[in-house]
Ligand binder design. Structure first.
Ligand SMILES: Cc1cc2nc3c(=O)[nH]c(=O)nc-3n(C[C@H](O)[C@H](O)[C@H](O)COP(=O)(O)O)c2cc1C
Length: 401
């Protein structure tokens, strides 16, 4: 990811949260330049943004003396996106009216590409017809809005108007930025986490998958420029920002979502630990230990990987084999049986790697005959090894489709 973002900070109490927005954007590979209003500088010192962004921060275009400041026209050639966060009632109204009386509003009029605003204000201000009209006008001009959340406001009131979380703001920014990198234009679908099969109203059959391998694959593929969809079961791992994520519960739900979303997908990486088995019947209500028969009849769930492998014009299919031991022949057989193009084998019996761990070690085996060992590393590194190791093959597969 190499997005170029101008972060406009206006004078609301939530201005301090923009520091976190800046850090998160940088952590996701974006370069950020900051412009503040004079009122924003009453809340957070511009030096904080200058030090963190590594660039001068424009606040007052007239008070810089003989020093040339930020050239807003030049900046507009550089920027992919203008994010105003927090956006006060005042700045929204000024932008809607086309006012250009300070550095931020002047830059807004010089800006050429996408605009995203994250409003934050007291509920009464947010509901004012003048503010509603300003937001509607900006939307009509194809600005996007990260709607404010509901909760306790800085003024002590409870209601709508709270700045969206830094994660929600950065998620929107990343999803709007142009996709650049070796996988630009490639549509990738990843599955992650465990599935959960109902036993009765409250109990489930599941497994220890944390979802970290799948989320790492989704996040690295996104960083390499791909358009990524993540279908995931109930899991602890945080969702990768920028990626479209769909939560499912059972293996059957995951199968339905795959079916719905596979058209046009170039690469499917099925990293979810899908339950192989489910209770043959879901007990209505709640099983009681006084009920007598305590045995649970199980039934196999449909094989999702094999279903993808059997599709006409299937995507380049990567499956995952978690084996107790390094059973390369078993993994190869599994790959051929399911019609996959590659298998990632890892040894779930080895200490410190695999299912619940942050690290992994894997063997990447492709049907074409190529094999790579990915030495023990964190799951992001392993994901990068998998995607870059297979990129030649998956791009060739895409070109043939
Ligand atoms: C303590 C304090 C907190 C404020 N918080 C907000 C806010 O959260 N949202 C908002 O729209 N205005 C807020 N304001 C009002 C703005 O600072 C004011 O409208 C100002 O003119 C905005 O200027 P700017 O949009 O150029 O930054 C606050 C004012 C003060 C004194």
């Amino acid at each position: 990811m190499s997005g170029r973002v101008v972060l406009g900070v206006s004078g609301g109490i939530a201005a301090y949260k923009s520091v976190e927005v800046l850090r998160l954007l940088q952590r996701h590979g974006c370069s950020v330049r900051v412009i503040m209003t004079r009122h924003a500088a009453e809340f957070v010192h511009p030096r904080t943004f200058a030090v963190l962004s590594g660039h001068a921060v424009e606040v007052d275009q007239w008070q810089r003396g003989a020093e040339p400041g930020v050239d807003h026209v030049e900046l507009s050639h550089w920027a992919d996106l203008l994010l105003v966060a927090p956006a006060t009632a005042n700045i929204l109204s000024k932008m809607a009216a086309g006012v250009a009386d300070d550095a931020l509003t002047t830059y807004h009029l010089a800006h050429r590409r996408q605009l995203l605003v994250a409003p934050a204000m007291n509920t009464i201000m947010w509901r004012q017809p003048a503010v509603r009209q300003a937001v509607a006008t900006l939307k009509e001009r194809s600005a996007e809005v990260v709607e404010p959340g509901t909760g306790e406001l800085a003024c002590g009131d409870e209601g709508e108007g709270r700045l969206a979380t830094p994660e929600a703001i950065v998620h929107r920014v990343l999803s709007m930025l142009p996709r650049r990198g070796p996988l630009a234009g490639v549509r990738v679908l990843v599955t992650a986490g465990p599935t959960r099969e109902a036993v009765d109203l409250v109990r489930v059959l599941t497994n220890r998958s944390s979802g970290r391998m799948g989320t790492a694959l989704a996040s690295v593929a996104f960083g390499l420029g791909a358009d990524v969809t993540l279908i995931h079961g109930p899991m602890q791992a945080p969702l990768p920002l920028g990626v479209e994520s769909v939560r499912v519960e059972s293996a059957a739900d995951m199968g339905d979502e795959l079916e719905r979303r596979l058209d046009g997908v170039d690469v499917a990486l099925l990293a979810a630990a899908v339950a192989d088995l489910r209770p043959a019947e879901i007990v209505p209500g709640k099983l009681d230990r006084r009920d007598g028969d305590m045995s649970l009849a199980l039934a196999p769930v449909p094989d999702l990987a094999a279903a993808v492998g059997a599709r006409p014009r299937r995507p380049y299919l990567v499956i995952f084999a978690a084996e107790a031991g390094l059973l390369a022949d078993r993994a190869r057989a599994k790959m051929h049986a399911k019609g996959a193009d590659a298998v990632v084998l890892n040894d779930v019996s080895a200490a410190g790697i695999g299912m619940e761990a942050a690290d992994n070690e894997a063997w990447l085996i492709a049907a074409s005959g190529s094999e790579h060992h990915l030495p023990r590393a964190d799951k992001e590194e392993i994901a990068r090894g998998i995607l870059l190791g297979l990129s030649g093959e998956l791009l060739a597969h895409r070109a043939r489709r």
